[in-house]
Ligand binder design. Structure first.
Ligand code: HEC
Length: 123
């Protein structure tokens, strides 16, 4: 069985396209991407340079209490859908030019997909 089966089953309730997204993804590969590219600033359950990312999939943007977001992100009204996270991680500064997330983006689509798979599994 796919390790992501339970995640996919949960995502099915949300939308079929998200379930397909989850079904053929690899959380273990995503954890490696997270460790090498994100963990300098982010942890899953505590705020560091960036806010904690456990449960970020589906979370309203800039909603971690006590974290000092940039005005750019603090003014955002949407939630972090997988699609918006994909856009964000491709180029944070293109999505929110004034963001304080000093990260150029994940250029490789498979890395974005893997890290989102991992984050989705950490809900
Ligand atoms: C150099 C430090 C740094 C790195 C590296 C970094 N981030 Fe961030 N991240 C931040 C900061 C700072 C913010 C808050 C941005 C703001 O307020 O504009 C943030 C915000 C975010 C948010 C929005 C969270 C929310 O609560 O709205 C997400 C999602 C996110 N980062 C994901 C990632 C992922 C995934 C990676 C790795 C691929 C990553 N970040 C790499 C510093 C970083």
């Amino acid at each position: 069985m796919y390790p992501s089966f339970r995640i996919a089953a949960g995502a099915l309730a949300l939308s079929l396209s998200q379930a397909v997204f989850a079904l053929d993804c690899d959380p273990a590969a995503g954890q490696k991407v997270f460790q090498t590219k994100c963990s300098a600033c982010h942890a899953l359950d505590s705020d560091r340079v960036g806010p904690h990312l456990g449960g970020v999939v589906g979370r309203p943007m800039a909603s971690v209490q006590g974290f000092a977001y940039s005005p750019a992100l603090a003014g955002a009204k949407d939630s972090w859908s997988l699609e918006r996270l994909e856009t964000w991680l491709t180029s944070p500064a293109r999505m929110f030019p004034e963001t304080t997330m000093a990260f150029g983006g994940l250029r490789k689509a498979d890395e974005r997909k893997a890290v989102l798979c991992f984050l989705q599994s950490q809900g």
